[in-house]
Ligand binder design. Sequence first.
Ligand code: B12
Ligand code: SF4
Length: 552
Amino acid sequence: MKNLLVKGTKCLIVQSEFSTFSFWNYVDVCKIVGAKYPAAPLGLMTVAALLPQHWEFKLVDANVEHLLNEHFEWADIVCIGGMLSQQQSIISVIDKAHQHGCPIVVGGPDPSSQPNLYQSADYLVHGEGEVTIPMFIQDLEKGCKSGEYKSAELADMTNVVVPRFDLIRFKDYIQVGIQYSRGCPYNCEFCDIIELYGRKSRTKTTEQIIEELQTLFDLGYRGHIDFVDDNFIGNKKKVRKILPAIRDWSEANNHPFYFSTESSINLADDDNLLQMMKDVDFRFVFIGIETPEDEVLKLTGKKININKPIEKAISKIYSYGMVVNAGFIIGFDNESDDIAEKMIRCIQDSGICMAMLGKLYALPNTQLTRRLKKEGRLFEDGSILRDTNTEIDQMTSGLNFITTRPRLDILKDYVNVIKYIYDPKHYYERVIHAGLKLKPANKYRPGIVSILKKAKSFLKLCGKVGFNKISGWLYLKMIFTVIFKNPRAIEATINLAAMFIHFYKQSKFIIDLTNIEIKSIKICGEEKYNQLILQEEGNSNVHKKSLLTMVN
Ligand code: B12
Ligand code: SF4
């Protein structure tokens, strides 16, 4: 093997493919705005910054360009990482690297959670790269040809380096991520974040965040920045310190960015914090609402959401100019039989347009997985996604255990909620609801090129949606209602309307797939279905697939 520590070692970094049927892959919307994929690969840009800087890097994101043989032929070493939904694509890149005689390093959330699946990699790097990449480099120095690196230690965020943002083409993406904190103080039973990143919100310093903003600015990036934090307000005291610094920096630089993030719902209790976020132009916030049922929240440990009037909380956040996107989960143990109706009302009455409804997924290494295993209810290999066409994320997979409510009922409820919320009429009702409540700051100052690009995208969108049989009238009604009653919110509502192009298609795909599963359970009977999957240890997905083909 070539000495990899010499100057000029060629390191190929690969972001493997996500399925286009994931809720998050709104590539049709990307096309309208001239991008190729929603989010830039922040984890891998961070990894590049942690590897020897005298190496030469090429970052290929298979979601925006083809990964070619010549990329492997160029490389001395390949690095890849990612999450559960990239499992098969990561494994196929490992094989490809080996076919080209390249050593390959694997890391990231899924390889850290399920290292057994990635043993074919030459170097398997667990957990946070800040801690384990130096261990890997030490081994390279010793000439080791393989190794596995783990540590109980969590990274000190105040030492985290600026990601190599220079390795991507900004125009390929709708948004670029930066990370302020890792970890979350809460303790939800189904959550893997607290297992991977801990229950203490570890934060970077204000100076580090400003340096990252400045780096992006200097590289010419403008527009949407997503704070990819697990819970942006996990440490409120510290967030209150960075927000004024971001505001001052933004003002000094003529507001080149606007922001989005993830937060717990208690953000709505804090007017002061909301105002601070508005002041720097936060435009979207993703909130894990999970379920409208307090009993379920209690059992699953999501205490922060208990006794929260959801509609009121969402209205409050809207009044500070932020669109709320939310996550919901169906399939909890003590969920009631009228959950579908409750969920529909919660989503519709709060005007949450982008509602991601997933099936409860016992992710590897969570309290939920450990409990279900103890209770003999866990499908052993439930976190192996073998078929990239049908096993994508918790919208297609999930419920990888014996449910307490009949699986058939859960799946029927699932279909009913998705059908309702992504029915064009209901979706646009929510867009108008949000559009009338939003009081955006609109501080971001796009340059002339961005304004022209936006105008072009708007015309494209009008062409695609405005004269379309399914949603044309609804779209025009929405535009006129918001323009006359709350013109400041027009940009936000147009964006939400654009997202419907993806949701309409994606929800149909999910409904069809779930209906096939419903049919197969009906044919085979629920008890037999569960028994078969439990017996087929190590092979449940294969078995599930054969049930599905039985129906087709
Ligand atoms: C932002 C985010 C998203 C965004 C953007 C994703 C993107 N393209 O970048 C969106 C909203 C699209 C998303 C969606 C999903 N996500 Co997500 N996401 C995150 C989040 C909050 C931050 C990711 C991030 O950028 N982190 C910052 C970087 C610096 O960290 P990192 O990527 O982990 O990289 C570090 C290490 O892992 C390691 N590393 C990473 N790669 C490599 C490679 C090598 C070679 C090495 C040595 C090291 C290494 O070093 C890095 C520095 O420490 C994480 C939680 C988290 N705290 O990370 C969840 C997380 C990654 N998502 C997760 C999941 C399950 C999903 C979904 C499948 C379902 C969902 N939750 O909605 C979808 C599917 C995505 C799709 N496109 O189909 C899980 C993954 C669990 C698992 N075991 O794999 C996580 C951990 C949390 C969670 N439960 O939601 N996600
Ligand atoms: S609030 Fe969110 S990130 Fe925090 S433990 Fe619960 S699910 Fe995980």
